[in-house]
Ligand binder design. Structure first.
Ligand code: RET
Length: 291
């Protein structure tokens, strides 16, 4: 699917670079990619304020969930900022073709999604631990679930990180590493389902409902990442695939980090109220002064 001469020039580079060298990106595809990457880090910064400003709306025992969201927002903001920079630096406008292209004599970095994978090494364990500070486990042990989340989360990403280097040059290595990564992913899904089911027992209806929504947000958004990994094999080896990957990652990032975190905050607010917690800043305003 790619020219042999490009393989010699680009080696293990990801398919974005092959498309940039052989086909180029139209103005729309290039700008849309840059804008989607920018939207990603803008959302992380906005959501950072949400998680800081709502921290006192939940009882102290649930606040670690907000703290972990803050950690995730800061690390995702920085990474997505760098990722966007990497995109605009890698391709330059070519006046002869009217397209943004990879210059064969290009001196800087090629485009690479590796920053994302390394960011996930921080964010995936944080996102998995986060829910353990909101739900009360009935039969499973907190430390055992935490360690399994950490183990499988880390190995899922490291194996995927190795695999993504082979997406153009060595499909066998690409799919083998991808399959190993998927084993850890399935383990995480099973564990998360169990955590949510246990968390739904004995809590107010509204909290159980929110936890049900969290399961679907989690399942769908996390499945988008392997979808983006497979993008060059989905019949989209061209600018549509490149733009499609940026959009997929951004939707997945916003859902798996921000929307998931907001629903955990909402769940913790319901549980806090049920525990008799009153938010000093908001609740006093709502209730008229007595006397
Ligand atoms: C990889 C490699 C191919 C197989 C599978 C993968 C799964 C990745 C996932 C990533 C989730 C990332 C999140 C980041 C948030 O910051 C590594 C792409 C199954 C599920 C939630």
């Amino acid at each position: 699917m790619v020219q042999e001469s490009s393989k010699q020039a680009l080696g293990n580079a990801t398919f974005e670079n092959y498309v940039g060298l052989e086909q180029g990106f139209s103005e729309m595809a290039y700008q849309l990619s840059a804008h989607v990457l920018t939207l990603g880090y803008a959302v992380m910064l906005a959501a950072l304020f949400y998680f800081i400003l709502t921290i006192k709306s939940v009882a102290p025992k649930y606040r670690m969930s907000s703290v972990l969201s803050v950690v995730v927002m800061v690390s995702a903001f920085l990474l997505l900022f760098v990722q966007r920079d990497n995109w605009v630096e890698a391709f330059t406008f070519n006046q002869d073709t009217g397209l943004y292209m990879l210059d064969p004599n290009h001196a800087g970095d090629l485009f690479n999604n590796g920053y994302r994978y390394l960011n996930w090494l921080i964010d995936v364990p944080m996102l998995l631990f986060q829910i353990l500070f909101v739900v009360s486990l009935k039969t499973s042990s907190f430390s055992s679930v935490r360690n399994q989340f950490w183990f499988s989360g880390t190995l899922m990403i490291l194996t995927g990180y190795v695999g993504q280097y082979y997406e153009v040059t060595n499909p066998v290595a690409f799919f083998t590493w991808g399959a190993i990564s998927t084993v850890f992913f399935v383990h995480i899904l099973i564990l998360m389902r169990k955590v949510i089911k246990e968390g739904q027992q004995g809590v107010p209806d509204q909290a159980a409902k929110y936890l049900g929504t969290i399961w679907w947000i989690f399942l769908i958004s996390w499945m988008l990442y392997p979808g983006a990994y497979l993008m060059p094999y989905l019949g989209l080896f061209g600018e549509a695939g490149v733009v499609g990957r940026h959009i997929t990652y951004t939707v997945a990032d916003v859902a798996s980090k921000v929307i998931y975190g907001i629903f955990l905050t909402l769940t913790a607010q319901v549980l806090s109220k049920a525990d008799g917690y009153k938010d000093v800043e908001f609740d006093q305003v709502e209730e008229p002064a007595k006397g």
